[in-house]
Ligand binder design. Structure first.
Ligand code: GLU
Length: 301
C-alpha cells in the first residue's frame, strides 16, 4: 500500500525544525558534543526469529555472520565517533543498531564504515555496505541508483555562522558570501541551483567546513539544521545557527536498489516501532528536551 505524505506531517516537521533552530539559538542542548547518551538497553531485543525472505542483502549478511553499515562519524548527536574511546553515538547510529537488531544482528556483529556524502550511492551500488544511515535525504535523483526505507526523520537546510555575525541572518543574506558544504549533498546543490550570487567551498565532510568557518575562510556552513545544531552545541560561544529552515530534508535508510523485501521489512520496523523510535530520539537528538513526531513511512512500490 502506498502511503502519502500528509500536509499535517510536513507542517509538524517544519514546526519541529523551527523548534530545533530556536533551541540552538536560545539554549544549546546539554548533551552537546559527541556525548549523546544511549537509549535504555531494554528498549528492544535482538530478533531471533527473523521472518525475511527474498532479500539478497539480508541473505549475504546472514551468511557472513555480520552486517556492514555505512554511517557518518563527525556529526555530533547524529553520527559521531569518539576517537579516544572508539565509541559511536548519535541518533543515526542508534537507528542503525535498531535495524540491525530487527534483522537478528547484535551490536558486536555490526561493522560500521564511515562514508562521506558524495560516496554513498557508489558504496551501496558496489556492495561495500548493506545499508546506510547518515543524514541521507531521500531524493528522486538518488533513487535512480538506490532505494530508501523511511523516512525516519525530517529536518531542513540551515546556516551556521560565527556567533555575533551581523551580516548573515538568513539565506536571503548570502549574495556575495562564501558558504561551505559537503560535496554531493543536497544543500550544496540547492545553493548552486538557487543562489547564483553565492560562492561555494566544498569538502568531503561538514567538520572540515566548520574548521573553515572557524579560521575565517568561509562566511557560513550550510547543511541540515539537525547537523548544524550539533556543531553549535559543541561551541556555543563561537558558533550559532541562524534563520529558518529553507528546504525539507527527509532522512531515509539507503539500500541496494531493488531489494524491496528489505525495504518493506525496515519500513515495517519503523511503523511498528514508534516507542523504540521515541526512546532513541529522546536519548539523542531530543536530550535537550525538544520533542518531534516520528514521520510517517512512505513504503513506495
Ligand atoms: N541531508 C543532506 C544530504 O543527504 C545533507 C546531509 C548530508 O550530506 O549527509 O545530502
Amino acid at each position: 500500500m502506498r502511503k502519502k505524505w500528509s500536509v499535517a506531517i510536513v507542517a509538524t516537521a517544519a514546526a519541529a525544525a523551527l523548534t530545533l533552530a530556536g533551541c540552538a539559538q536560545g539554549a544549546p542542548p546539554s548533551a552537546g558534543g559527541g556525548d549523546a547518551s544511549e537509549p535504555p538497553k531494554d528498549l528492544y531485543t535482538v530478533a531471533d526469529n527473523v521472518d525475511l525472505t527474498g532479500s539478497p542483502t539480508y541473505d549475504k549478511a546472514k551468511a557472513a555472520g555480520k552486517i556492514t553499515v555505512g554511517v557518518k562519524e563527525d556529526q555530533p548527536n547524529l553520527g559521531f565517533l569518539d576517537a579516544a574511546t572508539g565509541k559511536r553515538s548519535g541518533f543515526d547510529i542508534e537507528i542503525a543498531k535498531w535495524i540491525a537488531a530487527s534483522l537478528g544482528f547484535s551490536e558486536k556483529q555490526i561493522e560500521f564504515k564511515a562514508i562521506p556524502s558524495a560516496n554513498r550511492e557508489s558504496a551501496i551500488v558496489n556492495g561495500d555496505i548493506d545499508y546506510y544511515v547518515g543524514t541521507y535525504s531521500i531524493t528522486d535523483a538518488r533513487k535512480q541508483q538506490i532505494d530508501f526505507a523511511g523516512p525516519y526523520f525530517v529536518t531542513g537546510q540551515g546556516l551556521l555562522v560565527k556567533k555575533g555575525n551581523t551580516e548573515i541572518k538568513s539565506e536571503k543574506d548570502l549574495a556575495g558570501k562564501t558558504v561551505c558544504s559537503a560535496t554531493g549533498s543536497t544543500p550544496i546543490q540547492n545553493i548552486k541551483a538557487n543562489f547564483p550570487d553565492t560562492k561555494t567551498t566544498e569538502f568531503d565532510t561538514y567538520s572540515q567546513c566548520v574548521d573553515a568557518l572557524n579560521d575565517g575562510s568561509v562566511d557560513a556552513v550550510t547543511t541540515d539544521e539537525a547537523i548544524l545544531i550539533g556543531y553549535a552545541a559543541q561551541a556555543p560561544d563561537d558558533l550559532e545557527v541562524v534563520g529558518k529552515p529553507f528546504s525539507t530534508e527527509k532522512y531515509g535508510v539507503g539500500l541496494p536498489k531493488g531489494d524491496s523485501a528489505l525495504r518493506h521489512f525496515i519500513n515495517k520496523t519503523f511503523t511498528d516501532g514508534s516507542e523504540v523510535w521515541t526512546g532513541i530520539y529522546d536519548a539523542t537528538l531530543g536530550a535537550s528536551g525538544t520533542k518531534v513526531d516520528q514521520p510517517e513511512v512512505d513504503d513506495y512500490q
